[in-house]
Design a binder for this molecule. Structure first.
Ligand code: KG4
Ligand code: ZN
Length: 334
């Protein structure tokens, strides 16, 4: 059995072919970074128009690279949301067209849950329950997974996502887009202790995140110290800011783990590519005495293999399958 998965929720046009044993036969991702870079962030209308231009080519490329013709595909899968509505509609309409023409089922998948499922593609031995931290440009959420396909939201950001907090400061300093990797590169040799950041604290017992305070503090430090792109203390500042974002994420994750006592910790989403975060995550898991899992960097950023993986899981467990043609897109966390 073969499945073709499509992902167009933000600024990556992606398609993947998977076999029923979750073997990824192809995983093609076309990033739109260059298109959005001049604006320092994703421009929704440009994103949807670009998906429209690329989707046919990317789907064909994924089939060719897998060596599977379109008429041999048994299931289609697509991201329903959350994401940019115009972008989602391109992938969803394309997938519906294919499912309609070939009279095959179409499985709608949640983008955030798919980010978590990415880790199971490479690690078959993850013990549940697990606590999953998903950190990307659009999302920062904590999920408790008692078993496969059961996601209990235990914390989410009340303002910016962690990736957004990095992207916005990079944009302010005119460092380029996406900001996360640029900050990692330019802050690599900096001293993470040189600028102090007070970490956000929720006044209630909530496990929610907040990054607006860190962002405001960063802007104040930039102003007070006259920091610019070419300032000699730029690396120190970026390392300190990155470190503060990482600490805010990992401290909250540890707090949540203390309460829910998971057997495994999962770190996923685009920001999970960050080296400082990966190191802090492993260290936290070690001191909590639980196993830590994270997808390889390629599977952290948006891709369609993760969408296919979640769809296969849904087919396997016969959880509520939503078939064509009722499928609709949704912009926010479901
Ligand atoms: O998951 P993703 O590809 O798209 C969304 O669903 O948002 O994540 C993109 C985010 C961007 O904010 C980008 O700056 C961040 O992931 N990112 C990183 C790194 N690579 C990507 N942040 C920190 N360090 C990195 N190495
Ligand atoms: Zn994503």
């Amino acid at each position: 059995m073969y499945l073709l998965a499509i992902e167009t929720s933000c600024d990556e046009t992606a398609a993947a072919v998977l076999r029923d044993d979750s073997e990824v036969l192809s995983n093609i991702v076309l990033s739109q970074d260059e298109i959005h870079a001049p604006y320092g962030g994703v421009v929704p209308e440009l994103a949807s128009r670009q998906h429209l231009k690329s989707i046919d080519y990317i789907v064909r490329e994924s089939l060719e690279s897998a060596g599977i013709p379109l008429d041999k595909i048994d299931y289609f899968a697509v991201t329903q949301g959350p994401g940019l509505i115009g972008s989602l509609l391109v992938g969803l309409s394309f997938a519906k067209g294919l499912a309609y023409y070939f009279r095959k089922p179409l499985i709608g998948v949640d983008h955030v849950q798919a980010h978590i499922e990415a880790v199971f593609l490479e690690h078959k031995d993850i013990e549940l329950p697990a606590l999953a931290l998903i950190v990307s440009g659009g999302h920062t959420s904590l999920y408790f997974m008692k078993k496969k396909l059961r996601y209990e939201l235990v914390g989410r950001t009340r303002d910016d996502a962690a990736g957004e907090a990095l992207d916005k400061i990079a944009k302010f300093l005119d460092l380029g887009y996406p900001g996360g990797p640029v900050i990692q590169k330019l802050g690599k040799k900096g001293n993470p202790q040189s600028f102090e950041f007070a970490l956000p604290r929720m006044t209630d017992r909530s496990l929610d995140f907040s990054f607006s305070g860190l962002k405001t503090a960063a802007l104040r430090i930039i102003k007070e110290n006259g920091l610019t792109k070419s300032h000699p203390r730029l690396a120190d500042f970026l390392a300190s800011y990155e470190n503060a974002v990482v600490r805010a994420l990992v401290e909250n994750l540890s707090r949540a783990a203390d309460r829910s006592l998971p057997k495994s910790l999962i770190l996923c989403g685009g920001v999970a590519r960050n080296k400082r975060l990966r190191a802090a995550f492993k260290k936290a898991a070690l001191s909590l005495g639980v196993k830590a899992f994270s997808p390889s960097p390629k599977l952290c950023t948006d891709n369609a293999a993760m969408v296919g993986a979640l769809a296969l899981e849904k087919i396997k467990t016969r959880a509520k399958l939503i078939f064509f043609p009722e499928l609709d897109a949704y912009p926010r966390l479901s």
